[in-house]
Design a protein around this ligand. Structure first.
Ligand code: GTP
Ligand code: MG
Length: 199
């Protein structure tokens, strides 16, 4: 499916602009700058279908991408959280948008929670995991930027992150390890997304 049609659909700043809930959705969440847009590009094998940026807080809407002909499922690139320089009003608006989306979106099959492999699960991530637990949205924790770590450091952060995942009811116990930069773990991620989307 990923080698076929992958197309940008729309950008939704508010829930009322979401597309009809007609096909399964898989959402990409995580801290600002964790690599959501980059991983979405690597997953779909496209260079810049999602806009990646060195400026944190670049993605501020729910960005929708469609996969397959006819559309088999949709991928959603979410705005990042934990951006220190964001004004409180923006943070609050974001929180409400995400929370309402997570709670109310019946076609949301799974969320991928991206965590920077260099940092592991931070307090803001744990808070977000709690929000997913409460919304009863199943999620997989995906470590990003694995190319930045030595093998021993990576093994350590994987063990620590799996321990974190086991403390959260809605988290999948197995952590995925990826690098969009050197295309590590992309095939496993594709398989996981296809399975979650029921495609
Ligand atoms: P926001 O939309 O602002 O929340 O950011 P994002 O999570 O979409 O991150 P984005 O994909 O824009 O990437 C942020 C920065 O991290 C960019 O400078 C990327 O080049 C870099 N980056 C992303 N993935 C990787 C990776 O696998 N390895 C390395 N070394 N850098 C990466
Ligand atoms: Mg982004």
């Amino acid at each position: 499916l990923f080698s076929g049609r992958v197309e940008f659909l729309l950008s939704a700043p508010q829930l009322k602009f979401l597309p009809d809930p007609s096909v399964p959705e898989i959402a990409f969440c995580g801290r600002s700058n964790v690599g959501k847009s980059s991983l979405l590009n690597a997953l779909t094998g496209r260079k810049a279908i999602a806009r990646a940026s060195v400026t944190p807080g670049r993605t501020q809407e729910l960005n929708y991408f469609e996969v397959g002909t006819p559309t088999a499922f949709r991928l959603v690139d979410m705005p990042g959280y934990g951006f220190a320089k964001a004004p409180p009003a923006v943070v609050e608006k974001w929180r409400r948008l995400i929370r309402d989306y997570l709670r109310g979106r019946v076609v949301l099959k799974r969320t991928l929670l991206l965590v920077d492999a260099r940092h592991g699960v931070k307090p803001v991530d744990a808070e977000f995991m709690k929000m997913l637990d409460e919304a009863a949205v199943g999620y997989r924790v995906v470590l990003t930027k694995a190319d930045k770590l030595k093998a021993t450091e990576l093994a350590e952060v994987i063990a620590r992150t799996e321990a974190d995942a086991r403390r959260h009811v809605a988290a999948h116990p197995q952590v995925l390890v990826t690098s969009a930069e050197v295309k590590l773990g992309i095939d496993d991620l594709r398989a996981a997304v296809l399975e979650d989307a029921g495609a």
